[in-house]
Write a protein that binds this ligand. Structure first.
Ligand code: FAD
Length: 412
């Protein structure tokens, strides 16, 4: 029987499996994942799940019974250790093998580790990374009112954890080498706004500052202080708990060992095919051509994981792939929703519509007069309009964009 094997039962892998069935695939579908849980959503991990407002079962993308109903063989707690392309087999950690006709790599990524010379990070009971359900389960008991959390990395994950921690009564200090928060993904105006929201809630920022190391307790099993250098001055910040959120490393080792092209992710074409057309790659682990960006990109977002998975399923079925949309993303901090569309890199003008003070505004990024991206806070209707305008790279008059009397939908 024709078989599709999917490696990685995360957001993208789960969607490939169900999408294959929804698109009419009748062969065998095997979804192999090394985690203990069926495919689940990661976004709540740094938000509602950390706060205890979202329960475990609510994280699951589909109830386990759905995989049975769709005749998808779900192999959890199972790690793929090698891909043998000539034999068209994958090797599992117990040495057994699975034959495939088409293979989909949906291996995601892992948290980038902080280099701490002379320290074994696995021995530290109060230093955490955040990627999975067990990561949150491990850190929860440390998020106690009055304790001090030192957060290394002012990206989305870090800031969302900061917001959750503050809501739990934890004191928070954020350290980053960059001069401003979210520096890789947004402009200074929005960075300044987000930082202000956190400062208002009592968060302390040490930026730009470098982490030089940590001091440990006597047993060498917990971090006691984080040593930072700011403006040439070294200082020790006492910490009860430390969270490191300094980015993601795509899981490309399997692909690389199998001789597939890898360059900041597994290189795929517009149909999600790797350099071997029998092998596809999707989601955080894949580096794909983007018509919107005019270059190759690797995206780390749920919308991308879902859309890319559907493209791969269509490719397996030999159907024309749906056109992937413009990248978009969301974040939630203190109940405030931030929605982003497009990639603002390379913008030459930022136009703000609405009021930052009232926490209801949109920041539009223009390059040569074209709208290339938008960050929207608390104005969902703006986001709907911005998605269309960014997709069209509309040429817009900055004065009209800023003017709330001019409806966005009439522009472009
Ligand atoms: P993953 O979801 O990482 O799935 C990959 C799976 O493959 C994992 O289960 C992994 O263990 C498994 N695997 C890897 N190698 C093997 C192997 N050899 N054998 C078997 N299994 C293997 N995105 C948003 O759009 N909005 C948000 O608000 C948002 N918040 C986030 C908050 C957090 C804390 C995190 C961690 C991520 C967040 N993201 C958010 C990003 C989003 O979750 C990812 O982009 C998405 O999960 C990517 O899906 P994926 O399937 O490519 O990778």
């Amino acid at each position: 029987e024709e078989t599709v094997v999917i490696v990685g039962a995360g957001q993208a892998g789960g969607e490939v499996a169900t999408s294959l069935r929804q698109q009419g695939y009748e062969g065998r579908v095997v979804l192999v994942g090394d985690e203990a849980h069926p495919p689940y959503q990661r976004p709540p991990l740094s938000k509602g799940f950390l706060l205890g407002k979202v329960q475990l079962a609510q994280l699951y993308l589909k109830p386990e019974a759905t995989y049975e109903r769709f005749n998808i063989a779900l192999k959890l707690g199972t790690r793929v250790t090698a891909v043998e392309r000539e034999a068209r087999e994958v090797v599992l950690h117990d040495g057994s093998r699975l034959a495939y006709d088409k293979l989909v790599l949906a291996t995601g990524g892992r948290a980038r580790m902080l280099e701490l010379p002379g320290v074994d990070p696995y021995k530290l009971g109060n230093l955490f990374y955040l990627r999975s359900i067990p990561d949150v389960e491990g850190m929860r008991s440390h998020f106690v009112a009055g304790k001090h959390l030192v957060l290394i990395g002012a990206g989305y994950v870090g800031l969302e954890v900061a917001a959750a921690a503050v809501q739990l009564g934890v004191q928070v200090t954020v350290i980053d080498v960059a001069p401003r928060v979210l520096s890789r993904v947004t402009g200074p105006e929005v960075s300044g706004f987000i930082e202000g929201v956190h400062r208002d809630r009592g968060v302390t920022f040490r930026m730009p500052a470098t982490v030089k190391g940590v001091t440990l307790d006597e047993a060498g099993e917990a971090v006691r202080e984080v040593v930072v250098e700011q403006d040439g001055v070294e200082e020790r910040i006492a910490a009860d708990v430390v969270l490191v959120g300094i980015g993601l490393v795509p899981n490309t080792e399997l692909a690389e060992a199998a001789g597939l092209a890898v360059d900041d992710g597994i290189v795929v074409d517009a149909l999600a095919q790797t350099s071997d057309p029998r092998v596809l790659a999707v989601g955080d682990c894949a580096n794909q051509p983007s018509a919107y960006a005019g270059r190759r990109i690797r995206l780390e977002s749920v919308p991308n994981a879902m859309e890319h998975a559907r493209v791969a399923a269509a490719t397996v079925l030999g159907k024309a792939a749906p056109t992937p949309a413009v990248p978009w993303f969301w974040s939630e901090q203190y109940g405030m929703r931030l929605q982003l569309v497009g990639l603002s890199t390379g913008y030459d003008r930022c136009v703000v519509r609405g009021s930052m003070e009232n926490r209801a505004f949109s920041a539009f990024y223009l390059a040569d007069g074209h709208l290339i991206a938008a960050d929207v806070v608390g104005r969902p209707a703006d986001f709907v309009a911005a998605k269309k305008l960014v997709a069209a790279k509309a040429v817009l008059d900055p004065a009209a964009l800023a003017d709330e009397n001019v409806a966005l939908a009439t522009l472009g």
